[in-house]
Design a protein around this ligand. Sequence first.
Ligand code: NAP
Ligand code: G4F
Length: 332
Amino acid sequence: MSATSKRALITGITGQDGGHLAALLHGKGYEVFGIIRGQHNPRRLITQQEFPYVTLIDADLTDSSSLVRAMQVAKPDEVYNLAAISHVGYSFKNPQLTADVTAKGVLNMLEAIRLTDKGGNVRFYQASTSEMYGGLEYNRPEKGYDEQSTFHPRSPYGVAKMYGHWITQNYRESYDMYNVSGILFNHEGERRGVEFVTRKISNAVARIKLGKQDHIELGDLWPKRDWGYAGDYVEGMWRMLQQDKPDNYVLATGETHSIEEFLTLAFAEIGITDWKPYVKQNPAFMRPAEVDLLLGNPEKAERELGWERKVDFPGLVKLMVTHDLTVEETKI
Ligand code: NAP
Ligand code: G4F
């Protein structure tokens, strides 16, 4: 890829996707800016050390003035809005905060762009989600959910993301802004937070192998997800912003697997075939409403963006357990 003089602003720089995207854009020659919130954010130092080429800007999605300032400092060609309260279970316990950040924060970011981008040249990516679909009871497409499927969110997080999705489209239609929504299915990897089920499992499996933990406590094991690798998905985000016209795209693998299947492959990596004695179910990790199955249809992204996922499901599990056997995370 040839060098570029483009500038990108990433919200959610300290999160899983923020890290992958910062590295990708830096590799393409972008000058990368990232929004970081909180005066005592422990991820500030880690981010500065891991991504020395990223200029961090103190801002918060709930503080409009800080976002205007971030736009003035970064003067970006592209804005990737990845920041959110992103944990579904947490959103049930903090629904108003979730609405403030994950819903209204998108509006705040769009307004900051509108107020500062006098030329109307900034391209905006919104991190929409498969959680907006809601599962089989509400929608049963033959080849998986696509850009035309009906939405029926099942959590405060999913409802907040619906607002972000539609306000992004509304500002595209109302103000002719270059706004895209990427409707991404679950994507995981070595940067995934340990509060999400795949990393919680890979981390626990590694610790069990190392003799540091004897079991893992989980919620429901039957839900199915379309799990891909985050590194593949940030490439898709970037491709969406390089098209002639803004549009919405699904990124997914087109396969769905249960948590039990993830457990089977993860424990197999450390030579354990019967994982049941190591797994306890704890209602604390169950949700008031669950999404039973997510399966995405990425045909449009494959056709129009030339996007394809490279890491398959067994490869993803292997990558995560192998990583966690060498880099220890906190026990949760
Ligand atoms: P993540 O690891 O949970 O990162 C979330 C980021 O948001 C963190 O950097 C966090 O910063 C930041 N943040 C939270 N509240 C903020 C606020 N008030 N102001 C500014 N920043 C704030 O999430 P991810 O997995 O990278 O996902 C990226 C985005 O894609 C999210 O919007 C998520 O909802 C969406 N998404 C993710 C997936 C997936 O499978 N990963 C699928 C579909 C959509 P702190 O360090 O300060 O907490
Ligand atoms: O790993 P999860 O927390 O991911 P979830 O709820 O699918 O949400 C993730 O993917 C969405 C895309 O579809 C993103 F928009 C969202 O930001 C996030 O990245 O849970 C996956 C499944 C759920 O069915 C959950 O109930 O695993 C189940 N689960 C069972 N035990 C658990 C646990 N989830 C977590 N986090 N922790 C458990 O102990």
